[in-house]
Design a protein around this ligand. Structure first.
Ligand SMILES: *Cc1c(COP(=O)(O)O)cnc(C)c1O
Length: 375
């Protein structure tokens, strides 16, 4: 039997909640379950305001509009990330300035941000890779000094903490993903976290097609109309109902994933001690949601050989991002291979192991045995 790389986990009450949403009769955005999901996250994460969106990509697009990004503005982010992190800002005409990552956490290297700041810089977008927090104290201090906005791409970091604060709640804005490959899912889905109060009113408008519909439903205005740019970034209440079943079980899901992560880590320590591979590093101030487990091989040829060896034995291990600066778009905007050495090296040597809630101990033992046999 094949061991897939990931498998969506059903917590139990998803269909029950969806049936309830149907019976309640409001299945478009901002219904009963959307409210319940937002309340749950605002309370648990101590977030000022959480708004559900149909994806993390949508939340990032909202963030770029809220940052008032204009053509020619510059935004600093890692190249080692998903395409949406950059696209949301590129859509508004921003020039993306890619910074290299730290070799230990694979997160944006906070020491490389300042040299990239110019008069045109508007925002910094740290990405919490694998659900492990960036050095947010350092990043927020730089942002304060240069009056820049910080948008946390916490797509992978839902329910992780940095110095006791939940990822996504530290920058001015934060974004979450509930895509089926993430820890807590609704198929497609996301959220915008608004920590700086000044953005709440406009976010409400941008999210609902550029109208003041939300204010209208609160009785604050007597009709609703077009008041700003915007789009439809809402999540259907059918999906919010699904998501609520997941969020209700957030800590149980987290616990299971932490156990899977710890097993891989402990079992692979001997290979790390022999210098065969490198294991992930989590700084002491970070509590991770165990979004994924990766190993770093000594070189790309070994990574590819191990990936092929596992695949022949029906174990699906996968690499991750093609660095954005060496993508077609990156190259066409003037970036060249060799400019971000840590990103390029890590991207070529990284391998993600199968990781999902229902992965059994026996399967994990089989995967680890196969890796040992490879060496
Ligand atoms: C998954 C992911 C996204 C996109 O999330 P969607 O909900 O699929 O739009 C963005 N950034 C990062 C870092 C991701 O891992």
């Amino acid at each position: 039997m094949t061991i897939p790389f990931y498998k969506p986990y059903i917590a139990g009450k998803e269909l029950y909640h969806i049936a309830q949403a149907v019976e309640l009769g409001n299945i478009s955005g901002d219904g009963h379950f959307t409210q319940k999901c937002c309340n749950l996250m605002e309370t648990k994460f101590q977030a000022n305001k959480v708004m559900l969106t149909h994806s993390c990509t949508a939340a990032l697009e909202m963030a770029a509009i809220l940052c008032d990004i204009q053509p020619g503005d510059e935004v600093i982010m890692p190249s080692f990330t998903f395409v949406s992190t950059a696209n949301a800002f590129a859509l508004r005409g921003a020039t993306i300035r890619f910074a290299d990552i730290r070799p230990d956490t694979l997160n944006l290297d906070e020491k490389l941000i300042e040299p990239l700041i110019t008069e045109k810089t508007k925002a910094i977008v740290p990405v919490h890779y694998a659900g492990v927090g960036c050095d947010m104290d350092a990043i927020m201090a730089i942002a304060d000094r240069y009056r820049l906005l910080v948008v946390e791409d916490a797509a992978q970091g839902v329910n992780s903490t940095y110095n006791g604060r939940y990822l996504g709640t530290i920058g001015h804005l934060g974004t979450y993903s509930f895509h089926e490959t993430k820890n807590f899912i609704s198929g497609e889905g996301g959220a915008l976290v608004i920590n700086d109060e000044q953005f709440i009113e406009r976010a409400e408008i941008i999210r609902v097609r550029g109208t003041n519909r939300c204010a209208f439903f609160r009785g604050e205005v007597d009709h609703y109309t077009w008041v700003d740019v915007g789009s439809s970034y809402l999540m259907s209440d059918l999906l919010s109902a699904f998501l609520y079943a997941q969020l209700e079980n957030m800590d149980q899901i987290n616990q299971r994933r932490n156990d899977i992560w710890k097993f891989y880590h402990q079992a692979l320590v001997p290979l790390a001690n022999d210098g065969r591979l490198r294991l992930p590093y989590i700084p002491p101030c970070c509590d991770s949601n165990s979004h994924l487990f990766y190993i770093i091989l000594p070189d790309e040829a070994t990574r590819d050989a191990l990936m092929g060896y596992l695949k022949e034995r029906r174990i699906h291990a996968v690499f991750h991002y093609v660095p954005l600066h060496t993508s077609d778009v990156g190259l066409s905007t003037g970036y060249r291979p060799g400019q971000l050495p840590v990103t390029e090296s890590m991207s070529g040597r990284l391998l993600r192991l199968p990781f999902y809630y229902e992965l059994t101990r026996e399967q994990q033992e089989g995967i680890v045995d196969t890796i040992f046999r490879f060496f």
